[in-house]
Design a protein around this ligand. Sequence first.
Ligand code: C5P
Length: 328
Amino acid sequence: MGKPVPRIREAVSPRPGPRVHRVRDAAATAAAKSPHTPAPLHVTTCAKVNLSLEIIRRREDGYHEIETIFQSIDLADAIEIELTSDARIEIECTDASIPTDERNLCHRAIVAMRPVAGASLGARMRIEKRIPSGAGLGGGSGNAAGILLAVCRGLRLDVAPEKLARIGATLGSDVPFFLHGGTMLGRGRGELLTPMEPLKQGVFVVVKPEVSIPTPWAYAQPTFGLTSHRPRLNLRAANSVLARFPRSALPFRNALEAAVVPAFPAVARLLEELLSEQPCFASMTGSGSAVYAIFTHEDRAVEVARRFAQRGLFASVAKPTRQAIEIR
Ligand code: C5P
């Protein structure tokens, strides 16, 4: 019965200073303690594929309620970041098509961390992109999640995982997933996560056609079928299938294919070509434009990927991972 009291007291008179003060100054305090530039952190951020994506309904806020199974894979970007306390954010990126100003998700991630790390938080970073953008592989979201974790690590901030996930969700629906990685069910707009049986086997071939697809475009198409008439995902059955994969086939689909495939013949063609290689599974990832196939043997995956790469397409071989971010 003692519990409600502090809550009421807190609501009437929010706790003043100490904790807020200590946290707000974290970037400046770290700089004062160590007048030298802090050692740069090396952040590796994985891509994801959606093993399944069902759209339940359009929401009032413009998003769609979905049920998706995320899987992180070891196709990854590398970010070198130095945290500073001069409130400046400087970004260099090897992919010239990606903006390096305040539109960049890494820039927004630093800004989003200021309420916990201090208003003076700044950063210099270099992003080496290997994950193509506009592909449904979550490259930008993974980068943002990597920056959130790097700020916590670099400034030794003890931010509750739920709080970090909430900050992540303000940057993008799948950022909370990247804070974990592995095999996860995503509900809501993709940010409500439940760990699933990890995918232990399978080698992915990820191929991207020349075209890139903005996520809002795909979700705005009236052509995909809402799946509210279908029974929602049975977690136990899905876990059992994942645990037995590749002995049992994945009974999943990506509902956004119905929107993307008719409008982008290149995506349809690549999917057909991948399927003709007789993989265990093939699908588009997220809102496209990348498609992937899963093979049991690496040699076979390498051979298939090489054939696509020879045609000048982005093609990569990747394995499932248990985590999406690594910081050294
Ligand atoms: O959250 P994120 O920034 O990745 O979403 C980009 C856009 O994709 C949203 O503005 C929305 O148009 C669409 N979207 C959606 N439903 C989701 C996720 C994304 O409609 N669950």
